[in-house]
Design a protein around this ligand. Structure first.
Ligand code: TYD
Length: 206
């Protein structure tokens, strides 16, 4: 059987990724594809437990390297338990965040360096690569404002403006570096963004 496809959605907090993922999932299912949706950190029982540790506001003294390794650990479990099996069954996997989030948040935001984060994650990914990545852009101040209206901010969201500014800059940098990242303007209506994503999807062979 032909390997399935891995599509990841990336973007700053509050960029509207999750809404777009729901719409994309519905669209692909209507076309008859089998779709598996995951999120990071999380997406398996073990990874969701790791997520709780990472995002807990009580863990304010967590070292940046510990944080980076926990994201990678959560990802390793998700890759082996969910993503790889689904791809080998020919399914489409849509990821709410992927390794690019680590490169940007821990590499650029925390200052650990993108290359170092990339190499830590090589073990977790075990050769897996995304086929297509969408980056939904939105000014980070706007994203955090949206988040504050929806929920209590978690430890990462509470990391301050300077951190989020570096994360945003990191996203711009990796978009320039990787051809497979498609940049989508998130400062429009949900429907406009969805149409853009679908048009791009139509261009790749699913
Ligand atoms: P997310 O689930 O997108 O947040 P929410 O459910 O609140 O929309 O991601 C949780 C946080 O983790 C988010 O602030 C981004 C951060 N993050 C990293 O710092 N590194 C990573 O590798 C990943 C996957 C997420």
């Amino acid at each position: 059987m032909e390997r399935g496809r891995l599509i990841a959605l990336e973007g700053p907090d509050g960029s509207g990724k999750t809404t777009q993922i729901q719409l994309l999932e519905e669209y692909l299912k209507e076309l008859g594809y089998e779709v598996v949706r995951t999120r990071e950190p999380g997406g398996t029982e073990i990874s969701e437990k790791i997520r709780e540790i990472i995002l807990d506001n009580d863990n304010s003294n967590m070292s940046y390297m510990c944080e980076a390794l926990l994201y990678a650990a959560s990802r390793a479990q998700l890759v082996s338990e969910v993503i790889k099996p689904a791809l080998s069954q020919g399914k489409i996997v849509i990821c709410d965040r992927f390794v690019y989030s680590s490169m940007v948040y821990q590499g650029a935001g925390r200052g650990l360096g993108m290359d170092r984060i990339k190499s830590i994650n090589e073990a977790a990914l075990d050769g897996l690569e995304a086929d297509l990545v969408f980056m939904i852009t939105i000014p980070y101040e706007e994203g955090l404002k949206r988040k504050k209206m929806q929920k209590t901010l978690d430890r990462l969201e509470n990391s301050g403006n300077e951190f989020h500014k570096k994360v945003f800059q990191g996203y711009l940098d990796i978009c320039r570096k990787y051809d497979k990242i498609e940049v989508v303007d998130g400062n429009r209506t949900v429907d406009e963004i969805h149409k853009d994503i679908i048009n791009i999807i139509k261009k790749i062979k699913l």
